[in-house]
Design a protein around this ligand. Structure first.
Ligand SMILES: [Zn+2]
Ligand SMILES: [Zn+2]
Length: 555
């Protein structure tokens, strides 16, 4: 007979649902698996397959985020100390790709002929748009006819307060120099560099300003908004200065004071003094209309004018200047809205391939990738909370891009205006609290880093696993895949999916432990473990380790 329990005792019991979820996490399984239906085209048999959600944030799916982080670490490690040029070679186009591009050229000819004859081109333009989409879908990179950006002379004006940098022609080489030690051993060092933003006012060890009233929040906000562009400029300068195609794997993280900084694994080396020189010459000018005067606050919001597709001044009824007009109004004697530079403080160290230092640096580079920027340093004290609040306030009305609705506040139509825009309510990522003003990618990898895409690295790991387990890769052409929707008879609720995830992962792990024991020549022990060939979980989910992470590494 079961014993009677009090309500309090019952409440203290673990909830079945969360036990399953915790178990899935413990075994490294995805907790938001997507259900697909896989049909064997030879036998006609359909079966459900659970595919991991692939999210990169631990708050959403801890296991998938951890896997994504491990994959990034592998990518970083593989490219850092390459001693041969990575082969980045595009495949030849296949018949379908050729067909789309040929069709595209015919329509372009028709369109240009029509335009020359003064005829309507709208139909051809629409077809061209469709064809461009098809071309992309067929797996071709880029556009056949890239949109030509309107070059504005002003934006290239050099600053007089910045030292000139010697410029060399950039050679295609991406691999660093080799050095020979006195004992004849050769080595090829690489670098780990950390760049920061300048000071906005003195801060205490908890990252909060000593004097909030004198902390330059506006500058901090603008530097964060333009941080990615500044880094771009830095790489350009570095390449011209060193004369070769420098490669990098970089991660953007917040400092305790909530300003972004960037950790960079760089292939090859340069002297500290040279790095200083490049940094001193690196800046990014933002040639945007002035924002020092609020022309339309919440009490006098500009009005959308449907007929012209533009905004009107509520007092005069006149159209606000368009984005291009506002840019044209910037005179030769005007200053840019903002000049972003890196701070004086930076860190640079030489790193040798395979060393403990190299591993430590890769740890730094990937440390925070599973967290939102704002979650890396969560506010613990009221002072930290208020600091974050003031930064968010500074970002609220700061225009984040030419299309930002905040331009209305300063009397300018945002680029590509549309109805419903309101300053202070821009949907841009940069304004959101969790982004701290930085809307760019967290990981920035140059094109010739490892010569592989993230998908290639993922495929490598999958192959490693298949080899370890001695499984043959199934022929992908044999199956067709389709999503399973909630109304379908074979749809599984999430709880059921998680139960399958836990069961499958346990079997995969047992099989792997066995395979590893065999490989290292240990006595096999329990030989009953076999990979779940009929398991539901897709192999992509299984290529990462679950909890036995401490015992060995996958990359
Ligand atoms: Zn997941
Ligand atoms: Zn915005």
């Amino acid at each position: 007979m079961t014993q009677r329990t009090t309500r309090a005792q019952r409440l203290a019991m673990p909830l079945a649902r969360s036990v399953v979820r915790d178990l899935a996490i413990e075994h490294g399984g995805c907790i938001r698996p997507v259900q697909l239906r896989r049909t064997d085209l030879q036998t006609g048999q359909a079966e459900p397959v659970l595919v991991p959600c692939g999210h990169t944030l631990a708050a959403v799916c801890p296991s998938c985020a951890e896997r994504a982080k491990t994959l990034r670490a592998a990518q970083c490690r593989e490219g850092w100390h390459l001693d041969r040029e990575p082969i980045v070679q595009a495949d030849d186009p296949d018949d379908e790709q050729r067909m789309w591009v040929e069709l595209r050229s015919d329509v372009q000819r028709d369109r240009d002929q029509a335009e020359a004859a003064g005829q309507e081109t709208a139909t051809d333009d629409a077809t061209i748009e469709d064809l461009d989409e098809q071309i992309t879908r067929s797996g071709i990179r880029g556009n056949v006819l890239p949109a030509r950006p309107v070059r504005r002379q002003r934006s290239t004006r050099r600053r007089q307060d910045t030292p000139d940098l010697p410029r060399r022609k950039v050679a295609a080489r991406t691999v660093g120099k080799t050095y020979t030690a006195p004992d004849g051993k050769t080595f090829r060092p690489s670098m780990f560099v950390t760049l920061t933003c300048p000071s906005y006012g003195r801060v205490s060890s908890d990252g909060t300003p000593a004097d909030p009233a004198r902390y330059d929040y506006q500058r901090a906000a603008r530097d964060a908004l333009h941080f990615a562009a500044l880094f771009d400029r830095f790489v350009q300068n570095l390449r011209r200065f060193l004369g070769h195609d420098v490669q990098y794997f970089a991660a953007v993280e917040p400092q305790r004071r909530l300003a972004p900084h960037i950790h960079i694994a760089m292939r090859g080396t340069l002297a500290r003094t040279e790095l200083c020189q490049v940094l001193a010459a690196t800046y990014h000018q933002v040639w945007w209309p002035p924002t020092d005067q609020v022309k339309h606050d919440d009490a006098s919001l500009p009005i959308w004018h449907e007929a012209s597709g533009h905004y009107l001044d509520p007092a005069t009824g006149e159209l606000l200047p368009t984005w291009d007009q506002a840019l044209d109004a910037i005179g030769p004697d005007d200053e840019p809205l903002h000049v972003a530079r890196f701070g004086q403080r930076f860190d640079a160290q030489g790193v040798i391939a395979g060393s403990r230092d190299a591993n430590r640096c890769i740890g730094y580079l990937t440390k925070y990738l599973t967290k939102h920027l704002a979650d890396c340093h969560q506010a613990q004290t009221p002072a930290q909370q208020e600091h974050a609040e003031r930064l968010a306030d500074a970002l609220r009305y700061e225009p984040c891009s030419p299309t930002c609705s905040n331009w209305l506040r300063y009397g300018v139509q945002p680029k590509n205006p549309r109805p419903g825009l309101r300053s202070g309510h821009c949907k841009g990522k940069a304004h959101r609290r969790e982004h701290l003003g930085y809307a760019g990618r967290r990981v920035l990898v140059s094109r010739k880093w490892s010569g592989k895409t993230l998908a290639d690295h993922r495929a490598d790991r999958r192959q490693w696993l298949l080899d370890a387990l001695g499984i043959q890769q199934a022929d992908p052409a044999r199956y067709s895949w389709e999503p399973v929707s909630p109304g379908d008879p074979d749809h599984m609720p999430n709880g059921q999916r998680l139960l399958h995830i836990v069961a499958d992962r346990k079997r995969w792990q047992a099989a792997l432990t066995l395979a590893r024991a065999r490989a290292s020549g240990q006595p096999p022990g329990d030989l009953s473990a076999t990979p779940p060939r009929s398991g539901m979980t897709s192999l992509g989910d299984e290529t990462s380790e679950g909890k036995p992470r401490s015992s060995y590494s996958w990359c």
